[in-house]
Design a binder for this molecule. Structure first.
Ligand code: SF4
Ligand code: SF4
Length: 163
């Protein structure tokens, strides 16, 4: 598995190739897309320990929906207004995101301090294990430059998806 430093170089190298590959998937809409990517997801994450990485939590913020806000605020014994004021801001798309990266809930050993209550977007990350892969292609393509596992999943997908 690539280190985060190696990923920066590798992801840049395959950027144009990936653009064409994702475009082709959008045009052809292969029926087995979800099944194949889920299989690869299982294989790649079986070999990878996210606690050695945490690059997602260190470098990007999830979108935090109102139900996430209510859930986390309750857990932290804050009002939703206090939670928003302390941790969040509205980005240019009018979505709530964390005020800073690394995430304020990432501890020094890469554990999530609110794991059981983390936002839905964190639970689904890197979105390579869903029944909605086609809809999430743009997000998955962006994740290739952040997530070493996603890089490997997509490299595998290129060889296994017959399109
Ligand atoms: S999901 Fe990806 S970026 Fe996040 S910790 Fe795991 S391998 Fe690293
Ligand atoms: S809430 Fe937890 S899983 Fe989500 S970005 Fe923060 S540390 Fe990572």
């Amino acid at each position: 598995m690539l280190s985060v430093e190696e990923l920066k170089i590798a992801a840049k190298t395959v950027q144009n190739e990936n653009k064409k590959f994702f475009q082709k998937i959008k045009q052809k809409k292969p029926r087995n897309l979800d099944t194949v990517i889920q299989e690869i997801h299982e294989e790649v994450f079986a070999e990878y320990d996210c606690l050695t990485c945490a690059n997602c939590c260190k470098t990007i913020s999830p979108i935090i929906k109102m139900r996430d806000i209510e859930k986390i605020a309750k857990y932290l014994r804050l009002s939703t207004a206090q939670f928003i004021d302390k941790y969040l801001y509205l980005d240019e798309d009018e979505d709530y995101v964390f005020q800073s990266t690394p995430c304020p809930f990432l501890d020094n050993e890469n554990y999530c301090m609110i794991y059981e209550h983390r936002p839905d977007a964190c639970q689904g990350y890197p979105h390579t294990d869903t029944h909605k892969t086609l809809k999430l292609l743009n997000i998955i393509e962006k994740n290739v430059v952040v997530c070493p596992a996603t890089y490997h999943i997509i490299e595998n997908l290129k060889s296994r998806l017959k399109i």
